[in-house]
Design a protein around this ligand. Structure first.
Ligand SMILES: O=C(O)CCC(=O)C(=O)O
Ligand SMILES: [Fe+2]
Length: 180
């Protein structure tokens, strides 16, 4: 496992997973649009939002208070105060969809992700092209109700992606901001 990657199976209970799914049902998700292309996944971003065109973050819609309890739990695990969770991103992955290889946007520091609905294969590989090979890919199952954290090298020296899924999956991504 890359340094700075942490994984916690059963981070939330089944009842809490259900509760989060119900909160998500109340939220309006929209297609993720990049420069020229629309991804299959749908998202809703709260708090600070990264704009891929301007490469800057802006303060968007406040994080709904219904997420307070889970923010408390995640911030405790990250050992930060709850108001350091600058962004909460809800993502819906339809059957067969993925997130392609990427590193999260530069203004963010720590990344934490909760998986809902179905297990998925999370993949990591070195960011540096010369270090990439078939053998350098690490594939790990991230179970529904689990939490993963990416900090330090796992965040900066590695990129990540997810494998196609056989049923709808939701993830909630929590991000802190780099100082300054
Ligand atoms: O679905 C996931 O857990 C991965 C999400 C992700 O990598 C991202 O939104 O940057
Ligand atoms: Fe990511």
């Amino acid at each position: 496992m890359p340094e700075g990657f942490y994984y916690y199976p059963d981070f939330i209970s089944q009842a809490e997973e259900q509760q989060l799914m119900e909160i998500i049902q109340q939220i309006e998700l929209h297609a993720m649009v990049f420069h020229q292309y629309t991804a299959k996944r749908k998202v809703a971003s709260f708090g600070y939002d990264y704009n891929f065109s301007t490469r800057k973050i802006t303060k968007g819609i406040s994080i709904p208070e219904t997420f307070n309890w889970i923010i408390d739990r995640v911030s405790e695990q990250l050992m930060v105060s709850r108001d350091q969770i600058a962004e909460l991103l809800v993502t819906e992955y339809p059957v067969g969809s993925v997130i392609n290889w990427h590193r999260d946007a530069p203004p963010f520091e720590s990344i934490a992700g909760i998986s809902l609905g179905i297990d998925c294969i999370f993949k990591l590989r070195p960011y540096e092209k010369s270090l990439q090979s078939r053998k350098s890919i690490i594939s790990l199952p991230v179970r529904q109700r689990s939490l993963y954290i990416m900090q330090g090298p796992a965040r900066t020296d590695w990129e990540h992606s997810t494998a196609p899924i056989t049923d709808i999956r939701y993830s909630i991504t929590f991000r802190t901001l780099k100082p300054g």
